[in-house]
Structure formats: C-alpha cells, structure tokens
Design a protein around this ligand. Sequence first.
Ligand SMILES: NC(=O)c1ccc[n+]([C@@H]2O[C@H](COP(=O)([O-])OP(=O)(O)OC[C@H]3O[C@@H](n4cnc5c(N)ncnc54)[C@H](O)[C@@H]3O)[C@@H](O)[C@H]2O)c1
Length: 324
Amino acid sequence: MTQHRREIIKSAALTATGMVLGTMSPLKSQEAPAQKQTNARPQEGTSRLLVGKVALVTGAARGIGRAIAIDFAKNGANVALLDIADPTGGMPISGYRLANESELDETVAAVRALGVKALKLKVDVRNNNAMKEAAALTARELGGLDIAVANAGIAIWTTIEGSNEQQWRDTIDVNINGVFNTIQAVVPHMKARQGGRIITISSIGGRQGVVGNGAYGTTKWAVIGLTKSAAIEFGASNITVNSIAPGPVNTPLYRSQGQLRSTGVKSFEEQDKVVGAMLPLKAKPALDPQDIADTATFLASDHARFISGEVIDVALGYNTIYTA
Ligand SMILES: NC(=O)c1ccc[n+]([C@@H]2O[C@H](COP(=O)([O-])OP(=O)(O)OC[C@H]3O[C@@H](n4cnc5c(N)ncnc54)[C@H](O)[C@@H]3O)[C@@H](O)[C@H]2O)c1
C-alpha cells in the first residue's frame, strides 16, 4: 500500500464521525443577576446533576442522541426528544438509513420509564418554523427550556469532486442549518429562564481536513464556528454554548456500509483494526454513545457553568494529532 493510500484511509476512517476588543469576556456572569439555576455550585453529595431542568435533544431516536436523552433523564431532567424519524428523510441517503418512528417511540418510552416527563417531537431540524414550534411546545409542556443538544446530523460519503449538488446541499442543510435552527429556536426560552446550556455535536472531522467526505468535514468545522459565535452572542444572557467533537462511536451512522466503503474496508472487524490502530487509547476500538453522553451531561450541569465556547474532543486520544 502506498503512503498516499494509507493517508487517505487514515483520514477517511475517521470521517463520521473572535475574540474582539470590547467582548473580552462573553460570559458576563457578574453583571447578570445571580441565577440560582445556572450559576449555583452543585450541592455537595448531589449525584443527579439535572434535577428540575428541561432539555431538548435533536436526533434523539437512536445513537448518540438517544444516549444523551437517557442520561439526562437518569440525572433528573425532563426531556423533549426530537427526530425526523423517517428512514430516508426525503433525501437521497445511501449507505445507511435514518431512524424510524418506532426507534423514536422506544427512546421516548425509555426516558419516561426513568420517572421523568418525555415529549415526542417528530420534526425535521431543517425546518426553521417547525423547530421554533417544537421549542415553544417543549417550554409549554415541560415547564421551560434550560438545555438543548443540537445533535442531529447525517453523513453522505462522497468526495467533493464526486458529490452532486443535492448531496452537498442536504449535508449543509441538516448539519449546519439544523444546528442554527436549533439554537435560534431555543434561545428565547432560555432567555426567559435567565440562562441555559447549548451543546452542539461536531466531530473529529471538524478539527482536521477530511478525505473522501468533504461536505461532512465542512459542516463539522462550521458547527464549531457557529458554537463559538453563539457563545459570544449569548454569553451576556447567561447561556453557555459548547461543542463535543466525538471520535468513532458505535452507532448506525458509524457501523454502516457507507462508512466501511469510505474507510476502504469490508467488515466491522477490519474497521476496528484500521481505526483502532490510530487511537492512542486502546481500551476499545470505538466509543459507545454513553461515552459522549457523559460529557454532554457534564456540560449541561452546574459543574460546567463557567465553560463556554469550548470544544471537547471525546476521541480516545485521536485529537493528539491535531495541530491546534
Ligand atoms: N458515530 C460517530 O462515529 C460520530 C462521530 C463524530 C460525530 N458524530 C455526530 O454525532 C451526531 C449523532 O450521530 P450518530 O452517530 O448518533 O448517528 P445516527 O445516524 O445514529 O443518529 C442521528 C439521528 O439524527 C436523526 N436525524 C437525521 N437527520 C435529521 C433531521 N433532518 N431532523 C431531525 N433528526 C434527524 C436520525 O434520524 C438519527 O436518529 C451527528 O451529528 C454525527 O455527525 C458521530
């Protein structure tokens, strides 16, 4: 195998995955009225971190979104679970399918079984008005809105040269516009609560160039730009905005024919071998959704009340190769 081919496989294997004068400190917590809800130090001995909070999670039917919704519920939050819940989503998806409605129903039931309120929202994050209605419904039905996770995302495994315009537009529409729509929809409700937490899901593909999946990489870099800009814009409203950049995670998106093709391998065993070799932490060849949920719950909790505009790589150490 040539060095060039090795480099392509190396990058492709992991694709699924301003400070301006006068705005030196986006979080103006000292100027804002003291908010027990978001600025209080967690009480000693409190093991459930989100009691009394309301969260909205997009892409919640399965995978990372599902694990986050369930972990939030275990920590005492009432959760609105939003998903397109339509296997093709009206897009030329290939290489895997999006979630269906029974997967969303199962996750809603799993959250409810934990003794908190769960609200099912079958909504497409690409629809700005529908997202605003979903956020308003969440606030009305669950009694406010404190936490939002903009997690819904898709992958269409094509090169820049090989993409057709529709594939490019669909990836941008879900992965960037969907995050923008989520943020725009939830902020007014968080302002009404005098604070909140927004968490976006980028990727290690948003921290480096991505071979073989140009649109996906582009969108995941954009999510980080949007996260940092939002952290500045909403800091004075006591809303933190942070991103998680996962490495490979065991979900239908990563364990898919599309991802295998893009990695240049034929089986999940081979995928683990090729990808695992690049990860400094050898505990497992790919993360589990719960590993991402652990960080999301931390960012949503009072422990993270003074962290904003940050990107946390949860990537089994793959991030050690980044130049920044
Ligand atoms: N799995 C990985 O290795 C990995 C790595 C890095 C980043 N990510 C990111 O994590 C996030 C979750 O991915 P996952 O691996 O759990 O994938 P997944 O495909 O298992 O889950 C994504 C969910 O989003 C939903 N969704 C897709 N388009 C939607 C739309 N327009 N509106 C509403 N819901 C929609 C799907 O139905 C699905 O339930 C994505 O943003 C993905 O890019 C995943």
